[in-house]
Ligand binder design. Structure first.
Ligand code: URA
Length: 213
C-alpha cells in the first residue's frame, strides 16, 4: 500500500510538472492543510481519480472536530452521494442507533468518515488505486482530530487503515493501534442488515470499545 501511495504521488508530481526529489512524500504530506475546513475545500475539488467523474457529491465526513471517537466506513453509497453526508442511508440508521443506544452520545459528538470520499458506481468495492489517491485525506483528518478511539466498520475500512489483511471475522472486537490511537474493528452495518445474527457480536465489540472512552 505504501509503495502504491508513493507511485501515485510520483504520478501526481509528474502531472504538476514537478521533479522527483528526496523526501518528496514528506513535502506532499505537509502540503495538506492542518485544518478541517481547508482540507474539506481541497477534497471537494479533488479530481485525483475517476470517481470524480461519476460522483454526485463528495462525502468529506462530518462531526465534532474534537471528537473522542471516530467511526470509519468504506465509501459513500447512493444516499450519501446524493446528500454529501456519510452514513445517512439504511446503514446510517444503524450507526445512529449504535451511537444513541450503546454509547449514549449524540451523532454530532462523533466524527464519521470513510476510506474514500466518492461513491464507486453500483457500490462496487473501491479499487486500490482509488484508495491510494484518497486515503491521505483520511489520514490527515485523523491527524487533525486526534480521537482517543477509532471504530472501523467492515473489512475494507480495517484493511486499509491498518494495512492488515486479517479477515474481519478474526479481527473484529480486538484492539489495534494506529499511530498511538486505539482502533477496534467490527462488522459493517450493511453486512448486519443481511446477517442480523451477527448483531450480537457487534454489540459485544461496541461494549468493548466503550471501555476505552
Ligand atoms: N457505507 C459506508 O461504508 N459509508 C457510508 O458513508 C455509507 C455506507
Amino acid at each position: 500500500m505504501e509503495k502504491m501511495l508513493k507511485l501515485k504521488i510520483l504520478y501526481q508530481l509528474k502531472m504538476l510538472n514537478e521533479e522527483y526529489f528526496e523526501g518528496f512524500e514528506k513535502k506532499i504530506s505537509v502540503e495538506m492543510p492542518h485544518n478541517l475546513k481547508e482540507l474539506q475545500n481541497q477534497v471537494l475539488n479533488c479530481h485525483l481519480c475517476n470517481l470524480s467523474k461519476t460522483r454526485n457529491k463528495v462525502v468529506f465526513g462530518e462531526g465534532s472536530p474534537t471528537a473522542k471517537m471516530m467511526f470509519i466506513g468504506e465509501a459513500p453509497g447512493r444516499e450519501e452521494d446524493i446528500q454529501g453526508r456519510p452514513f445517512v442511508g439504511a446503514s446510517g440508521k444503524m450507526i445512529s442507533d449504535m451511537i444513541k443506544n450503546v454509547f449514549k452520545m449524540k451523532r454530532e459528538e462523533i466524527y464519521i468518515a470513510n476510506i474514500i470520499k466518492c461513491r464507486p458506481p453500483q457500490n462496487r468495492n473501491p479499487e486500490e488505486s482509488e484508495v491510494a489517491s484518497c486515503i491521505g485525506y483520511l489520514f490527515k483528518q485523523i491527524e487533525i482530530i486526534q480521537p482517543k478511539l477509532i471504530l472501523t466498520f467492515g473489512r475494507i475500512a480495517f484493511q486499509y487503515l491498518l494495512d492488515d489483511n486479517t479477515p474481519i471475522s478474526k479481527a473484529r472486537g480486538k484492539l489495534y493501534n494506529y499511530k498511538g490511537i486505539k482502533v477496534i474493528p467490527t462488522y459493517h452495518p450493511s453486512y448486519l442488515l443481511r446477517m442480523p445474527s451477527k448483531k450480537r457480536e457487534t454489540l459485544q465489540d461496541l461494549n468493548f470499545a466503550k471501555e476505552f472512552l
